[in-house]
Design a protein around this ligand. Sequence first.
Ligand SMILES: *Cc1c(COP(=O)(O)O)cnc(C)c1O
Ligand SMILES: [Zn+2]
Length: 397
Amino acid sequence: METTEAFTGLECHDCDRSYAPEAGTHRCADCGGILDPTYDYDAIDVTRESLADRPFDSLWRYAELLPFERDVAVSMDEGATPAVECETLADELGVGEVLIKDEGRNPTGTFKDRGASMAVTAAVAHGATDVVLPSAGNAGQAASAYAARAGLDAHVFLPSRSSFTTKAMVNVHGGDLTVSGGRIGDAGAAATDAMAEHDDWYSLSSFVTPYRHEGKKTMLYELVEQRDWQVPDAIVYPTGGGVGLVGMYKAAREWRELGLIDEIPAFYAAQASGCAPIVEAFDAGRDEHEPIENPDTICGGIEIPDPGASRWILDALRESGGGAVATDDHEILDAAVAVAQNEGLEMAPTCAAAASGAWALAERGEFDADDTVAIVNTGAGNKNADVLRSHLMGQGI
Ligand SMILES: *Cc1c(COP(=O)(O)O)cnc(C)c1O
Ligand SMILES: [Zn+2]
């Protein structure tokens, strides 16, 4: 298997057992824990200058810090998204600077492309012919796009409430689409049943494959480099499974270990009140979430009632000095509209949970007047234009 020089394999986040790159494809064989790619950091020779000399063209510009080389990557130049300054928002939040990291610019319109690029590259390296995952929508669309590019068959399980765009585009990419039940748990159960009958299908489920958070970690590298090596004071992230959040936290620690930065940003998990298991656990001082019985939010991408990596997410929030915040659906939709009307940027409802959360955090005095706050806009607003437009309709507009 062709890997990068410093990539040493995978380590179980729970029991610390390690696996060679060929052997550790999914969960830990001993304890079922989440595997995490590991590196020999002494063998990584990356400096601020060497990075500055490279074009800012795709997440694969950080290949030394990734498991695979760029020339074997299944890539459509994902990543390298802008961090757009938002002055009106900064004034409203009473902070020095607000940056919106606009992941809507990715090939299929969300940051799921970062994870899909990495995980489909791994699937090819492991000799897979078929990939499978349940998804709330965006990950399924991204996976079917990258599988198509790699010549793999994608089996995608979506709940009926996922957006029309994501369902349609799985079909357009030639994916094998199964729509089941109303919510993500139904799609997960259907995927599990199908996998029991097809033991050669390679799972791209988040944290079942160790590679999706590895792809998403590059958002942090970019954010820091884009601000001339100033680490943002706070990063507010719309949190479902927390894949991007633990990825970025890992990335910050890696760069500190390499001496590229000194500080770790404070990570904040933003959720919708109708499904906020991380916020509840954080506020209660627990190490782990309790599953939400009846999740209900219009933010489908973060309606994850039982996030399996909650320990890791909660560690990242606490160790970085961050926090967690939940806001109601109507506030979230208001925030999406406010950003669209004041800054021009288009945030999908799920993503606007981060903008709405940032507002709430500012109101409770979480930020200082000279702070730089980065809000991750995980996906393009026009993927859910119908939901945003109906919100106006509810106001008689
Ligand atoms: C999947 C998704 C999320 C949640 O991502 P996690 O990393 O699993 O928490 C947030 N926003 C959008 C648009 C998504 O598609
Ligand atoms: Zn283990």
